[in-house]
Ligand binder design. Structure first.
Ligand code: PLP
Length: 464
């Protein structure tokens, strides 16, 4: 170093010129961001010199440091991750992956213009969500349907439309909280209705609803207790009984089915979930479900049932604030269309493809994955049977068999391995159990196995 180290510091212009070389940083980052990153690095170097620390002033080194800084800034941008948690409907990881058909429909609708609210036959204004409603009528026999941004919004719109300024009767056993701050009492309060709790935590009978009805009662609300179960001495009013009470008092019955499904999952040997059709056939007036849980579509809330009530919900000004965009509707419509070919549904709707994979299939994949991992004297990978959950408030207590690859190292803690997996070029999100990293095969697509093996190998590379 010369006598004046400050004079050795490269200028921002020199750094930018180096970044402009073919294959240089300007191809990866905009000029303004690079400039800011260079300035930050140069500030750091000046401070280090002032503290009499030795530092590397080579242009190449500063370019690399700036690149690392910008990469770190970009790490929390939305991007693909590999879900090795085993939970196919992981809310934090975006719930249901979309089918090819849904993706294609989004591209088609969003890359140019679409008949979102335009009737091609008449050349006049059409109704947003019309096609989704038509398919839902065919699939479920409902009279009418509407789509909003999520199921929380659907419940809120139903309660606000049908019960504002009046009372909603709900069983004490169904005043649930679903992950992500959805609490039935809060939703009812926000919808400007008064909650009237019926029965007890473990037992609520039809007669309890009957005797709770007052002139202020506007609505009977049934909620699918998605994520918990009360066991032991329990009783709850069936939806048939609620419908009966509703009929006799002229009150609508709304059921929040949560995940809901349009097909009977027990035919795939999955735990049975109540279907939308079951609820409608029992006479429920309005059923609400999520689009991105077991249905396997985009985030959306669907309300379906009697046209009298759906029409009132559609006229509520709140609906305007909750209406979905063209991408959501395109993806939902394409997803629902797949249900018109029930024989192909498990192959086409990704979340069902994941859920129906048998333990034998998962074991074969786990063996493939384990064999693709580079052997290393300090790392062991073992295949083991395990149990998991579907997530998304579906099949809450039903454990689904799964297969995992457990990774442990004598040179690195499970926490460190899990962190390296998260920090790779495509983050792999895994669980930790008994100081082992657990790669659960349930939510990993078969096509992603070679990539996953590479990512694990890269994460373990420096562990020797
Ligand atoms: C998941 C769930 C909700 C919330 O649905 P979102 O689509 O996430 O808004 C509401 N009620 C029940 C019973 C649920 O399972």
């Amino acid at each position: 170093m010369s006598t004046n180290p400050f004079a050795e510091i490269p200028s921002v212009d020199a750094l930018l010129e180096a970044a402009a070389a073919p294959g240089g940083l300007l191809e990866r980052f905009p000029r303004s961001r690079l400039k800011a990153a260079f300035n930050a690095e140069l500030d750091g170097l000046r401070n280090a010199i002032r503290r009499n620390e030795s530092c590397d002033l080579h242009i190449e080194w500063i370019l690399q440091a700036a690149a690392r800084r910008l990469e770190a800034d970009d790490r929390d941008r939305m991007r693909r991750v590999i879900n090795a948690t085993g939970i196919p409907l992981h809310t934090n990881l975006g719930r249901a992956p979309l089918s090819c058909e849904a993706l294609e429909a989004v591209r088609d609708a969003a890359s140019g213009y679409a008949n979102l609210e335009y009737d091609i036959d008449s050349g006049k204004r059409g109704r947003r969500g019309h096609a989704v409603e038509t398919i839902l009528r065919r699939l479920t026999g409902c009279e009418a349907a509407l789509t909003v941004n999520n199921n929380a919004a659907a419940v809120m719109l139903a309660v606000n439309t049908l019960a504002a300024d009046g009372e909603v009767l709900t069983s004490r056993g169904e005043l649930v909280e679903i992950g992500g701050s959805f609490r039935i009492p809060d939703v009812i309060a926000t919808s400007k209705a008064q909650l009237r709790e019926v029965g007890t935590t473990n037992r609520t009978r039809a007669a309890d609803f009957e005797s709770a009805v007052t002139p202020q009662t506007r609505l009977l609300l049934k909620v699918h207790p998605s994520n918990y179960r009360i066991e032991g001495f329990t009783e709850s009013a069936t939806r048939e009984q609620l419908v009966d009470v509703g009929r006799r008092h002229g009150l609508p019955v709304v059921e929040d089915l949560g995940s809901g499904s349009l097909i009977d999952l027990s035919r795939f040997e999955l735990p049975a979930e109540p279907t939308v059709q079951d609820a409608l056939q029992a006479g429920v007036d309005v059923v609400t479900i999520s689009g991105d849980k077991l249905l396997g579509g985009p985030q959306a809330g669907i309300a379906l049932g009697k046209s009298e009530f759906i029409a009132r919900m559609r006229k509520n000004p709140l609906f305007r604030a909750l209406r979905p965009d063209k991408m959501t509707l395109a993806a939902l419509e394409a997803t629902l269309a797949l249900y018109e070919r029930p024989d192909e549904i498990a192959a086409r709707v990704p979340v069902l493809t994941l859920l129906v994979a048998t333990s034998d299939e998962l074991r074969t994949r786990a063996d493939r994955l384990r064999k693709a991992l580079r052997s290393n004297s300090t790392v062991t990978a073992t295949v083991a049977d395990s149990e998991g959950f579907s997530g998304g408030g579906a099949m809450p207590m039903e454990r689904i068999p799964t297969v995992v690859v457990e990774i442990e190292s004598s040179a690195m803690s499970a926490q460190d391995i899990a962190r390296r997996l998260r920090m790779g070029r495509i983050p792999v999100i895994a669980r930790i159990r008994d100081d082992r990293v657990v790669i659960d095969l349930r939510a990993i697509f078969e096509n992603d196995l070679p990539l996953l093996a590479e990512l694990i190998n890269e994460a373990l590379e420096c562990v020797t």
